[in-house]
Design a binder for this molecule. Structure first.
Ligand SMILES: Nc1ncnc2c1ncn2[C@@H]1O[C@H](COP(=O)(O)OP(=O)(O)OP(=O)(O)O)[C@@H](O)[C@H]1O
Ligand SMILES: [Mg+2]
Length: 293
């Protein structure tokens, strides 16, 4: 079976600055299904942003291909929406225009009224109202700016939404509120999301599946952990689910110990992540050998 998004044998090498070569990751392969929310976790420097930039079409892998919806990716496209940690809003445009400009590019046949109505709807979905529509990004708080980025990304209904630590610069309270908003907005769509975070609890709250990367160089996507907690999820209730701490412990163990032990090793001939399915309810924690792709 072919996945909606198929990352095949992706390798990234950079000059190491000393005349040699740094292999960030080698032959990384994984799939993402349509409508899935996948989060990738791994230590700093293992290559998460590099993978995201390749998926966004902003950089090219040394080797390997990425196939989305049956076609090989090449270059950036409105098919893929990206939200970076540092907001990436256009500073000279108002809040509303930062969204309408993307919507107008995505739907060139729409009337001005349609573009504005659609943009306002998405800004309202993330909790922004007309008070801030005419403000420039510099006149917004960090949390508000990130809401604008998220509204803009959803407003163009990209086939794939890429989020690189979108909440990294926010304080814990704002972060929590925006996580809730992201979940609400996402629940009403069939949006496929690929997200990077360093926050384990955020990953469990949001993801259908968490991909775990070993440390670099020669990093690889070693495991794919199913988040066996039903939706809708809320930050306050999720911790009571019997699977929550079992999953959390597994992730902490991986990041604390196994990501180092497994670094640079390949125990899986085709280099695909092992599926980990933890279900305390049926008292079975099984490791199936391969992920279907
Ligand atoms: N353009 C480049 N030239 C040379 N090396 C690079 C380049 N971009 C990234 N690297 C190296 O590739 C490795 C992976 O970087 P990347 O930014 O993908 O890591 P990351 O997993 O996103 O880390 P973090 O969690 O800190 O954001 C690092 O060792 C980095 O120094
Ligand atoms: Mg990064």
């Amino acid at each position: 079976m072919t996945s909606f998004l198929s990352v095949e044998q992706l390798t990234q090498r950079y000059p190491d600055g000393d005349g040699g070569e740094l292999t960030v990751f080698e032959n990384a392969s994984f799939g993402v299904e349509k409508g899935e929310f996948v989060v990738i976790l791994g230590h700093s420097g293992c290559g998460k942003s590099t993978i995201m930039n390749i998926l966004a079409g902003l950089s090219e892998a040394t080797e390997g291909v990425v196939i989305m919806d049956g076609a090989e990716l090449s270059g950036p496209s409105l098919d893929r929406g990206v939200v970076f940690q540092n907001y990436s809003l256009l500073p000279w445009l108002s809040t509303l225009k930062n969204v309408t400009f993307a919507v107008a590019a995505r739907y060139p046949d729409w009337s001005r009224e349609q573009v504005i109505a659609h943009s306002k709807k998405h800004l309202e979905m993330v909790g922004l109202n007309s008070d801030v529509f005419n403000r420039k990004p510099s006149q917004l708080s960090g949390g508000m700016r990130q809401r604008v980025s998220i509204a803009r990304a959803f407003s163009i209904s990209p086939k794939l939404l890429l989020l690189d630590e979108p909440f990294g610069a926010l304080d814990a309270l704002t972060r929590g509120t925006i996580q809730d908003e992201l979940l609400k907005v996402w629940a009403g769509t069939e949006q496929t999301v690929f997200m990077i975070t360093h926050d384990i609890d955020e990953a469990i709250l949001l993801a259908d599946r968490i991909l775990l990367m070993t440390n670099g160089p020669y990093a690889r996507v070693a495991e794919s952990v199913d988040i066996t907690i039903p939706r809708p999820r809320s930050r306050t209730e999720i911790v009571d689910h019997p699977n929550y701490y079992a999953i959390r412990n597994h992730l902490v163990q991986f990041l604390g110990i196994r990501s180092k032990e497994m670094a640079g090793k390949t125990d899986n001939a085709d280099n695909r992540p092992q599926t980990v399915h933890i279900d305390e309810l049926s008292r079975s924690a099984t490791n199936r050998s391969k992920i279907a792709i």
